[in-house]
Design a protein around this ligand. Structure first.
Ligand code: ZN
Length: 54
């Protein structure tokens, strides 16, 4: 049996394994799937890079 969870960003239902665990909490998992987390980090870094240049 596989538990699934819905990503708040891409709104796709994925197995919980596709979600990273939060550092605090036993059962808590991220609201965003790994793919979206990677994308979010990439976007944040790009924004920080832009901010530094300006
Ligand atoms: Zn997602």
């Amino acid at each position: 049996m596989t538990d699934t969870k819905r990503c708040l960003k891409c709104e796709r239902t994925k197995p919980v394994q596709a979600f990273n665990l939060r550092r605090k909490g036993r059962k808590a998992r991220q609201s965003y799937c790994r793919d979206c987390m990677v994308e979010a980090v990439r976007t944040t870094r790009a924004m920080q890079k832009e901010a530094r240049r300006g």
